[in-house]
Design a protein around this ligand. Structure first.
Ligand code: ZN
Length: 157
């Protein structure tokens, strides 16, 4: 059994789409980044890569490479899931938390779990997504950024 940890944060910008866990969230502001800036999927990818001892997402999808501009992050997660299977690992479970002051994410969490589980080819019961506000403190609380943390457990088949 191996454990992995992932973290990510992106700046909030007006006019950008807000996509988290592969789900488009209705909000006038979104996240800036080279890809679609899905901080949750990026944190999840880093947790899985970390558990495998495969470095991080930045090494696999460098922001200097124009091929990855506005890329759908679920395709990165799919590639990471394929690597997991190829290395002979199975996901035991995955837990995560979105760090965001706004908008209210509650209604979207189940869909994020289903979307990411589908891409990873696992039962949605193995994937958990929570949300935590910044209590008006720091970059999260001032709505300057939205972050995410993820932890996963994988086992060798
Ligand atoms: Zn990111």
């Amino acid at each position: 059994m191996r454990v992995g940890l992932g973290y990510d944060i992106h700046p909030v910008r007006p006019g950008r789409p807000l996509i988290l866990g592969g789900v488009m969230i209705a909000h006038p502001q979104g996240l800036e980044g080279h890809s679609d800036a899905d901080a949750l999927v990026h944190a999840v990818c880093d947790a899985l890569l970390g558990a495998m001892g495969e470095g991080d997402l930045g090494a696999q999808y460098p922001s200097s490479d124009s091929r990855f501009k506005d890329m759908n992050s679920l395709s990165m997660l799919k590639a990471v899931g394929a690597k997991l299977a190829q290395r002979g690992f199975r996901l035991v479970n995955l837990d995560s938390v979105i760090l965001a002051e706004a908008p209210r994410m509650g209604p979207y969490l189940a869909e994020m779990e289903i979307r990411m589980a589908e891409v990873l080819g696992v039962d949605p019961s193995l994937v958990n997504v929570k949300v935590k506000s910044g209590d008006q403190l720091g970059v999260i609380g001032r709505k300057e950024g939205i972050g995410a943390q993820a932890v996963c457990l994988i086992e060798s088949l």
